[in-house]
Design a binder for this molecule. Structure first.
Ligand code: SAH
Length: 223
């Protein structure tokens, strides 16, 4: 057992299980994926710290608990097709790849997508497609998705993402609220959806969290 393996075990126990993450499949995936491979060498020593870390281009790899909470919120059983927005380092993509049948992950920054693709290939995650695009528009050619994970804060649920979610499917997304970003689970309940009136989906708040902004046509405007 390497030092990283021991740190990973401790992370799962102290940061996840003790703080309420109960989905055994999520805990198992987080116990298996080597987080140290998704950060720069400079940060490897802190790979299992209880926080986010820089990954370049002003972006971050999310805190382990946040990745676990998003995955648990999706309630995956293994047979789903998942859309992920905000590939970043590819860490959360590697976790999702173990929890679902297929993952399409969208990142707007080319360099991050390229690095993530390389890491995922090294780990033989072959049920994953990483593409460069504005994720607020989803991936309409592959829709509908059984689940959607969004890793950046949106001003409101992007209409395209709601439309690309299968009926009964769940989307976990941080939404900007007055006091904080709120990690929220949206469940699509009908074929007609409207983010403005809240028609066609239900909403459950999980926890306040900090995320980078979701920039794009149906997100925040980029400067
Ligand atoms: N899940 C990542 C965390 C990434 S941080 C990980 O585990 O490392 C959020 C990411 O969302 C950033 O990489 C940012 O570039 C990306 N992002 C922001 N707006 C986006 C958009 N409209 N489409 C795709 N990616 C976006």
């Amino acid at each position: 057992m390497t030092d990283f393996d021991r740190q990973r075990e401790r992370m799962v126990e102290r940061q996840l299980r003790r703080r309420g993450i109960a989905d055994e499949r999520v805990l198992e995936a987080m116990a298996e994926v080597p987080r140290e491979r998704f950060v720069d060498e400079l940060y490897q020593r802190r790979a299992y710290a209880d926080g986010a870390l820089p990954i370049g281009d002003g972006q971050t790899i999310s805190q382990p608990w946040v990745v676990a909470a998003i995955c648990e919120g999706l309630g995956l059983s293994g047979d789903e097709r998942v859309l992920e927005i905000g590939t970043g380092s590819g860490y959360s993509t590697a976790i999702l790849a173990r929890l679902a049948r297929e993952v399409v992950s969208v990142e707007r920054i080319e360099a991050l997508a390229a690095a993530a693709r390389r890491r995922l290939q090294e780990l033989a995650a072959d049920n994953v497609e990483v593409r460069v695009a504005d994720g607020t528009l989803g991936a309409s050619d592959q829709a509908p998705f059984d689940a959607i994970a969004v890793h950046a804060t949106a001003p409101a649920p992007p209409r395209s993402l709601l439309e690309q979610l299968a009926i009964g499917g769940r989307m976990v997304i941080p939404l900007s609220e007055r006091r904080a970003d709120m990690l929220t689970v949206l469940t699509r309940t009908a074929s007609a959806v409207d983010p403005e009136t809240g028609a066609g989906f239900s909403s459950l708040r999980i926890a306040p969290c900090r995320f980078v902004p979701l920039l794009g046509e149906q997100g925040f405007e980029s400067e």
